[in-house]
Design a protein. Structure first.
Length: 404
C-alpha cells in the first residue's frame, strides 16, 4: 500500500482542478490522481461542440499536459477504476488490485451517459456521448447525406444535432416532452430552441416516445416510435441524460440521494472525504436547498473550495450555477437555478437577441439567460445572486435600463 496523502478519484476536469487548487494553496503532501479513462483529464463540453464541429484534437481540450503532473509532483493512476472505498481504514482499492492509503480523499467521479433500455439498443451505429471515444465515433458518423436520429432534446442532443447539420447530415430530433429543454427552460424558451433547429433544417418532433431501435444485420437502421411510425437512420444518438457515478460512495456508506450529499464546504458525511463536480449534491448556501449541477462551470470552480476543505480550512461554495451553449448562430449563458421554468419574462425577440428571466412567487429573479447578447452578463449575474425583486412589465421593456 502506498504512503498516505490526498487521493483524488476521478479523471475529469473537477479532479484535475482539485489537484491544481491544492498545490496553488500550498499543499506539499503526496497527491495521487485515479482515473478510469486512459487519458489525461480533459474538458467534456468540446465533445459535443468543437470536436464534432471542427475536429478540435483532444490535446487542445486536455486540462493539463503530462509535464504539468510531473512538475506538480502528482502520481497518476490512469486507466484503472476505484472499485472499493474503506472509510474506516482510509483506503481505496483499484481495479488492478492496488490499494492506496489516504489521509483525505476527493471524489470527483463524474457522470455517465444513461443507457437506453430498448430492444436493438446494442446494435452497431447506436451512440452515446460522454467520452472522447464516443465523440470520435460520432465524428465518423456525421457526414454529408447521413441520416441521424437524435433521441432526447437536451443539451447534448441539441448540440450534437447542430454539429451534424453543420456537417451536412439529415437530422431528426425525437423528444418526449412538450418542447426540448422544457424541464430546464420551460415550454416557451424550449419552443424557441425547437424553432431554431427547424430553421436550420432539423426535423424536431415533440411528445413522441421511442419504442425500439430498428436493426438490420446487427446495425441500426432507424427507430420505431410507440405509435408505430418509423424514422430511418444510419446512426442513432441517445442523449437521454446522465447518471452520476455515486456507487463507490454509496457502497462505502457515504450519505447519498441523487448525488453524494455534501455541506457548503463540499464535505461528505465522512469529514475526511469531499465530493466535487457532477456527483456533489450540495447544501447550497445561496440557493437555500440541495442542488446538483452537471456543468463545466461547477467542475471548474468547486475545486477551489474542495481544496480548502481538504486542507482543514472552513470554506463555502456559494457561486450561482452557470452553463452555456453554442448552436448554429446562437450563443447563450444561463445563470442561476429556476424552480418554476415556465414562469419566464422575455426581453427582446426569441428569434434574435434576447434576455430571459425566471422568477419565483415573489417576483424575485431566480435565474437569467442572455442569448446573442453579451453586454448584460454582469447585470444578470448580480440580479440572480441578489435574488432581485423586479417589476415584470419594466423588466420586459428593452427601453427600461436593467437594475444595477
Amino acid at each position: 500500500m502506498s504512503e498516505t496523502g490526498i487521493v483524488v478519484v476521478g479523471g475529469g476536469l473537477a479532479g484535475a482542478r482539485t489537484l491544481e487548487a491544492l498545490r496553488d494553496q500550498g499543499y506539499e503532501g503526496r497527491l495521487t490522481l485515479v482515473g478510469a479513462e486512459p487519458h489525461l483529464p480533459y474538458e467534456r463540453p468540446a465533445l459535443s461542440k468543437d470536436h464534432l464541429l471542427k475536429g478540435t484534437p483532444l490535446e487542445e481540450f486536455t486540462t493539463f499536459d503530462a509535464p504539468w503532473y510531473d512538475d506538480h509532483d502528482v502520481a497518476l493512476r490512469l486507466g484503472v477504476a476505484a472499485v472499493a472505498l474503506d472509510l474506516a481504514g482510509h483506503t481505496v482499492t483499484l481495479s488492478d488490485g492496488e490499494t492506496l492509503g489516504y489521509t483525505r480523499l476527493a471524489l470527483a467521479t463524474g457522470s455517465r451517459a444513461r443507457q437506453p433500455d430498448l430492444d436493438g439498443a446494442g446494435a452497431e451505429g447506436v451512440h452515446l456521448l460522454r467520452t472522447i471515444e464516443d465523440s470520435e465515433r460520432l465524428d465518423r458518423a456525421f457526414h454529408g447525406g447521413a441520416r441521424i436520429a437524435v433521441v432526447g432534446g437536451g443539451w447534448i442532443g441539441l448540440e450534437a444535432a447542430a454539429a451534424a447539420r453543420a456537417r451536412g447530415a439529415e437530422v431528426t430530433v425525437l423528444e418526449m416532452g412538450e418542447q426540448p429543454l422544457g424541464r430546464i427552460l420551460g415550454t416557451r424558451i424550449g419552443g424557441a430552441f425547437a424553432e431554431l433547429h427547424r430553421r436550420n433544417g432539423v426535423d424536431v418532433r415533440t411528445g413522441v416516445t421511442v419504442a425500439r431501435v430498428i436493426a438490420s444485420g446487427g446495425r441500426a437502421a432507424g427507430v420505431e416510435l410507440e405509435d408505430g411510425s418509423r424514422i430511418d437512420a444510419d446512426a442513432v444518438l441517445f442523449g437521454i441524460g446522465a447518471a452520476p457515478n455515486i456507487e463507490l460512495a454509496a457502497e462505502a456508506g457515504l450519505a447519498v440521494k441523487s448525488g453524494v450529499l455534501v455541506d457548503a464546504g463540499l464535505r461528505t458525511s465522512d469529514p475526511d472525504v469531499v465530493a466535487v463536480g457532477d456527483i456533489a449534491e450540495q447544501a447550497h448556501p445561496a440557493l437555500g436547498r440541495y442542488v446538483r449541477v452537471e456543468h463545466w462551470d461547477t467542475a471548474r470552480h468547486q475545486p477551489e473550495v474542495a481544496a480548502r476543505t481538504l486542507r482543514g480550512e472552513e470554506a463555502s461554495y456559494d457561486r450561482q450555477p452557470l452553463f452555456f451553449t453554442d448552436q448554429y448562430d446562437l450563443g447563450m449563458e444561463y445563470r442561476g437555478n429556476a424552480t418554476r421554468p415556465d414562469d419566464v419574462v422575455v426581453r427582446g425577440s426569441l428569434d434574435g437577441a434576447y434576455l430571459a428571466f425566471w422568477l419565483d412567487e415573489q417576483d424575485r429573479v431566480e435565474a437569467a439567460m442572455n442569448v446573442n447578447s453579451w453586454d448584460a452578463g454582469d447585470a444578470l449575474a448580480a440580479m440572480v445572486a441578489e435574488r432581485r425583486m423586479v417589476d415584470r412589465r419594466r423588466l420586459a421593456d428593452p427601453d427600461v435600463p436593467l437594475p444595477t
